[in-house]
Design a protein around this ligand. Structure first.
Ligand SMILES: *[C@@H]1O[C@H](CO)[C@@H](O)[C@H](O)[C@H]1NC(C)=O
Ligand SMILES: *[C@@H]1O[C@H](CO)[C@@H](O)[C@H](O)[C@H]1NC(C)=O
Ligand SMILES: *[C@@H]1O[C@H](CO)[C@@H](O)[C@H](O)[C@H]1NC(C)=O
Ligand SMILES: *[C@@H]1O[C@H](CO)[C@@H](O)[C@H](O)[C@H]1NC(C)=O
Ligand SMILES: *[C@@H]1O[C@H](CO)[C@@H](O)[C@H](O)[C@H]1NC(C)=O
Ligand SMILES: *[C@@H]1O[C@H](CO)[C@@H](O)[C@H](O)[C@H]1NC(C)=O
Length: 445
């Protein structure tokens, strides 16, 4: 990919983003059925240093990729090819921008904070964290967020924070919570900022890709995939393709790593997969038992074709934990109708309760405890082959039903597609509900 020169990029971004970020309401085709009771959201106005300026610096974060190209199409990235309508080279870190863009077309926005049930902070927390995580301010990572806090409680609008002491505020962090829980006492810090450790932000709801095991102030929401259809017809034609796709591999593993000598689940999967060529697939209905897609060195990150095609052709997608328990691949696999196989509950079941209901896991996924594979020699192939074909079909149908709930549809989608709740809609609904019960609890105290 060729990068445009920085000045050109900056101008380009200014043109396309300035209007987006500085407006707080956009026109909506109004829906006469719309009832905004308990759903009003106010977007706080922030100085540009908390959002737009961070994007303009997209080529200037040392030790981190130049991410200017991923900002295109309001954070969806470039199209995979010129005539694509639904497929983009989406970088998950851009969810802060994608979410903000979607917030602007949220139908129940109010400019009056006193009427609002929740207050959205359009702060790009993950992008702002880069200078602490990989930049010159690595030793001041305890400062991350303090400027923002001082702005939020400043004297000219103090009532907005004080009305509920920040309990009605929420923001998006397009990273794992683990990157933000550096104890304030670590000097110098080991890794991560202390954003979620600051008492100043304890009351604010943070939407992240991965939450800590115990419920703190953050909640997990899906990673964005590369699929962002603009209308129902494009969604339906994809779903039909997924449904009809011939699944010639039993299971698929798409990942980098897993080659370390120490026992771990990724290594066990690689070995089992390599070894599976020696096992006959005769009579299984599959041409091969295990497909491995090598995503080493980040080659898959902005190239969804590499893994989406194989995922369409596999019945099961293996989703082992890596550096942290969650993976974007969980959602890519669901988009492809590939039944997820989880190895620990923190990968999804204990994370995405709003989007993937906890009580439904047996109907759309398989659970194989990683200890049984790594230390007790359990073969994943044997577990998956023992599932009757009718059951596999039923599970796949349940996975397909989840597609609309976990995808982030295109900005400005058609009314028809907007009538289906997507990952953004469900996240906002969950946030409003959580804030409502918190405020009720506080009032009862
Ligand atoms: C953007 O980069 C410039 C130059 O490196 C720096 O002075 C400025 O503080 C940065 N702005 C933000 C919002 O990080
Ligand atoms: C895609 O569009 C760009 C700009 O319009 C053009 O430069 C490029 O050649 C096109 N690529 C293909 C494969 O058509
Ligand atoms: C951060 O602190 C460590 C240990 O005190 C030091 O070695 C390092 O140079 C500092 N890094 C920066 C960017 O100041
Ligand atoms: C958070 O809420 C509690 C009440 O639940 C309040 O005492 C505290 O001051 C609030 N924190 C901030 C930073 O506003
Ligand atoms: C590979 O397959 C052979 C023969 O089926 C088996 O004996 C061996 O234990 C397998 N190795 C691994 C690492 O699964
Ligand atoms: C499996 O299929 C191959 C050809 O696809 C055939 O040569 C072989 O005999 C078959 N083995 C069994 C056990 O049916």
């Amino acid at each position: 990919m060729t990068m445009p020169p920085p000045l050109l990029t900056a101008t380009f971004l200014l043109l396309f983003l300035l209007t987006t970020i500085t407006t707080t309401t956009t026109s909506q085709e109004s829906d006469p059925e719309l009832d905004c009771t308990n759903k009003w959201i106010h977007i706080r106005r922030l100085p540009l240093q908390f959002n737009l300026d961070l994007l303009l610096n997209c080529s200037q974060y040392p030790l981190f990729d130049n991410f200017c190209n991923y900002l295109t199409n309001d954070g969806l990235g470039q199209k995979t090819h010129n005539n694509s309508h639904s497929w983009y080279r989406t970088d998950p870190f851009m969810l802060e921008l994608i979410f903000h863009r979607r917030m602007l077309e949220y139908p129940c926005l109010t400019s009056d904070p006193n009427l609002a049930n929740a207050i959205y902070i359009p702060y790009f927390a993950g992008i702002d964290s880069l200078k602490y995580l990989y930049g010159p301010q690595v030793n001041s990572s305890f400062l991350h967020g303090l400027d923002l806090y001082h702005y939020l409680v400043r004297m000219d609008t103090p009532s907005m924070w004080q009305k509920h002491f920040g309990h009605d505020h929420f923001l998006v962090i397009a990273r794992s919570a683990w990157d933000f829980i550096q104890p304030l006492s670590n000097d110098p810090p080991i890794f991560g900022t202390s954003f979620l450790e600051l008492p100043e932000f304890y009351n604010v709801t943070a939407l992240t890709f991965e939450a800590r095991a115990y419920p703190w102030q953050e909640r997990a929401i899906p990673y964005p995939t590369s699929f962002h259809p603009p209308n129902l017809a494009f969604l339906e034609s994809w779903v039909n393709r997924v449904r009809k796709s011939r699944r010639n591999a039993l299971m698929l593993f798409a990942a980098g790593g897993g080659i370390s000598a120490n026992p771990n689940i990724r290594r066990s999967i690689r070995l089992e997969c390599e070894n599976s060529t020696s096992i006959s697939a005769n009579g299984t209905g599959y041409d091969k038992l295990c497909e491995f897609v090598d995503c080493s060195n980040g080659v898959c990150e902005h190239d969804p074709i590499r893994f989406m095609k194989p995922m369409l052709q596999a019945s099961f997608c293996l989703q082992p934990p890596g550096d942290t328990p969650t993976r974007r691949s969980t959602f890519d696999g669901i988009i492809a109708g590939c039944i997820p196989v989880f190895f620990e509950e923190l990968t999804a079941k204990k994370q995405y309760g709003w989007h993937l209901p906890e009580e439904k896991y047996e109907e759309f996924s398989v659970f194989v405890p990683k200890e049984d594979v790594v230390f007790k020699g359990l073969r994943i192939l044997d577990v998956l082959m023992s599932i009757p074909r009718s059951e596999v079909r039923r599970m796949r149908e349940n996975v397909i039903e989840l597609i609309p709930r976990i995808m982030y549809r295109n900005h400005g989608s058609s009314l028809g597609l907007r009538s289906k709740k997507d990952a953004f809609d469900i996240a906002v609904e969950g946030t409003l509900q959580r804030i409502k019960s918190r405020i009720e609890e506080l009032a009862a105290q």
